[in-house]
Write a protein that binds this ligand. Structure first.
Ligand code: ATP
Length: 622
């Protein structure tokens, strides 16, 4: 990621780590590491008596890697990483000679070498990867817990398992859903993946029914997701799906609440253990299901795994092709990409669902790791599904073909100039105004449900927060369009119809960073904010709201875990380091009925061709 705009800083610039030795200074100037990275490396150097600037550079790069989402850094892959981090406009700084660099790092008092190296050093070198020790420990914990869960399934499959699973998924084509359900009953870790609309939530609801019917009743179940918004959506979809089951299943499953992972673990900001539940104080649950797992960082996954009872069942659900967590790690992607580590599960399932076991190598290999991928799309419009698949597969020509095919659910607007003209954004404007007017009408009428539902009709998504293709600019633009069309002159922040995005967690109101809502008439001449699920909105007086922004547009990251009827995506310039395959895939799959992409062919090509790479050791055998 670019560290600065407008040329490299001069010597007097506060962003430079002024007293850094030459090598660090050159790399700071070139933008490969930031001043903050250099400060951390120097502090660790002082603590351990290490002054060799080659070692400190390696450590600064490890700090930089974490900021970029990686868990560690490979010093032999820096060329590729520097290109991804878009090292800035300065001249590329030279790296130390590889053999001497390796020798300096692996003999440093700052660095523990190997899995069994000393436990008290701030960095660790394992198989060519350099870690900050804290991330190494979290990675080891996740590896150990996952491997232990896969190696020892719970017990022999319960007697009625096959029959129960076939009852819940009777169609011959539902083999993968049957397998995932039986896996969740027989094993301590199941990873359920698939694109949007492939039936993951449906499977979760029926898994709960199968678990209660075969190893219940009375199992304690928790549903969790990384964000409040995703938890609300999980709650809503599982509840809707459970309502379609028979009365006995419904009674056995009850109505499990979904919450954030932080809340499940008992987040205690400021306390030494951070969470109420941990390795010495386990969660009481028999079954924990986590949705939107692609957004879970390595440290949070480590906290979750250590807090589980060893005999609890964990089901991780998600789409590994979406954007990974904001913090370091891509645990779901790593778990899916790992070579097979255990062999217990396929054997157990072969006895239960003999006809359903995958015949092919990759799917069977995945099952050894507890991974079941759902592939049949049940819900999407054909164009959105085809576009998502082309982007996922990295097939640029296929993606452009779908975008330009004139389908009802996919549109590409290619601006002629550098930035979209009024004519280019006419369709976007019409959709934004139509949705905004519906929100406003419902807000004025005090119709909370309709206002919240109208909010989900259209959403403008962007990669950046700032700049000409950023949220700040476009949110203002949409607000102008909507207020102009509605002849509205907002007075003060609390005007009817204002769409809200919560930007901080707030225990008092139970609102979470990322929750969205709208200001509506309260029927008594006042205004009230309604947020969250249209069926069970949270009502909050404006003065009690945590910090909020007006949400006429949002970043793709923010939109993860939500869906909208129509999505418009304005792409940044092709060179933007944020423009990645995962970003485009995530944006496209936020749309239920239609997706509109505003951007050049070059920008589409750049996105599809640039998968995010996050360095980690989890997928390598040890
Ligand atoms: N086996 C099936 N046969 C037919 N329809 C199904 C099946 N499984 C799920 N569906 C339907 O497909 C649609 C999408 O399912 P679901 O919401 O479970 O998918 P999902 O993978 O969780 O999607 P998302 O990630 O977007 O939430 C729903 O309407 C659901 O009823």
């Amino acid at each position: 990621m670019r560290e600065w705009a407008g040329g490299p800083p001069t010597d007097g610039d506060a962003r430079l780590a002024i007293r850094a030795p030459d090598l660090l200074r050159r790399h700071n100037t070139a933008g490969t590491v930031s001043a903050a990275d250099v400060h951390v490396a120097r502090r660790l150097g002082r603590l351990t008596g290490e002054a060799d600037e080659r070692v400190l550079l390696a450590v600064a790069l490890a700090v930089r890697a974490v900021r970029g989402g990686s868990v560690c850094v490979r010093l032999d892959e820096l060329d590729a990483l520097a290109a991804e981090w878009d090292a800035g406009p300065g001249p590329a700084a030279e790296l130390p000679e590889p053999d001497a660099w390796h020798a300096a790092v692996t003999t440093s008092p700052l660095v523990a070498v190997g899995v069994d190296g000393p436990a008290d050093r701030p960095a660790r070198w394992v198989d060519g990867r350099l870690y900050l020790d804290r991330y190494w420990r979290d990675e080891q914990l996740v590896r150990r817990e996952v491997d232990a869960r896969l190696a020892a399934p719970l017990a022999a499959p319960p007697p009625r398992l096959g029959e129960t699973v076939r009852r819940l998924f009777p169609a011959p084509a539902d083999a993968r859903q049957r397998l995932a359900t039986a896996a969740a009953v027989t094993s301590r870790l199941t990873v359920l993946t698939g694109g949007p609309g492939t039936g993951k939530t449906t499977t979760v609801a029926r898994m709960l029914a199968a678990l209660q019917a075969t190893v219940g009743p009375g199992l304690r179940t928790a549903l969790a997701a990384p964000t409040g918004k995703a938890a609300a959506r999980l709650h809503e979809s599982v509840r809707a799906e459970l309502a379609r089951l028979g009365p006995a299943d419904q009674a056995a499953v009850g109505s499990p609440e979904a919450m954030t992972i932080h809340r499940l673990l008992g987040w205690r900001p400021g306390s030494s253990t951070r969470f109420r539940h941990h390795a010495r104080h386990h969660l009481p649950h028999d079954v924990v299901v986590v949705d939107e797992t692609s957004m879970v960082s390595l440290p949070l996954m480590a906290r979750l795994l250590e807090a589980l009872r060893p005999d609890a069942r964990l089901v991780l659900v998600g789409d590994p092709d979406q954007l990974a967590s904001v913090e370091a790690g891509a645990v779901l992607g790593d778990l899916v990409a790992r070579p097979a580590v255990a062999d217990a599960l396929p054997g157990a399932l072969r006895a239960v669902l003999p006809g359903d076991l995958p015949a092919d190598g990759p799917a069977l290999g995945a099952l050894r790791n507890g991974v079941v991928r759902l592939e049949t799309v049940h819900r999407f419009e054909a164009g959105i599904a085809a576009l998502a698949e082309a982007v996922r597969a990295g097939d640029v020509d296929a993606a452009l073909g779908v975008l330009r095919a004139g389908l009802p659910d996919v549109e590409l607007v290619e601006p002629r100039g550098e930035w979209p003209s009024d004519a280019d954004v006419a369709g976007l404007r019409a959709d934004a105004v139509a949705a905004g007017e519906r929100v406003l009408a419902a807000a004025r009428a005090g119709d909370e449900r309709a206002a919240l539902a109208a909010l989900e009709e259209h959403r403008l998504l962007l990669a950046h927060r700032r700049g000409p293709a950023g949220v700040a600019h476009w949110a203002e633009q949409v607000e102008d369009w909507v207020t102009e069309a509605a002849h509205l002159t907002p007075e003060g922040p609390w005007y009817l119809g204002r769409p809200l995005l919560v930007t901080a967690n707030d225990r008092g109101t139970g609102l979470y960073n990322g929750d969205t809502g709208v200001l509506v008439a309260d029927g008594a001449g006042g205004v009230v904010a309604v947020l969250g699920d249209p069926d069970e909105p949270v009502r909050v007086r404006p003065h009690r709201l945590p910090p909020v922004e007006t949400v006429h547009a949002m970043t793709v990251h923010r939109a993860q875990g939500s869906q909208f009827a129509t999505v418009s995506l304005v792409l940044p310039e092709p060179a933007s380091p944020l423009l990645t395959r995962e970003l485009l895939y995530t944006a496209v799959t936020r749309a239920r009925r239609k997706v509109r992409v505003v951007g050049s062919e070059e920008a589409v090509r750049a996105a599809v061709a640039r998968p995010v790479r996050r360095a980690s050791g989890l997928m390598h055998p040890q």
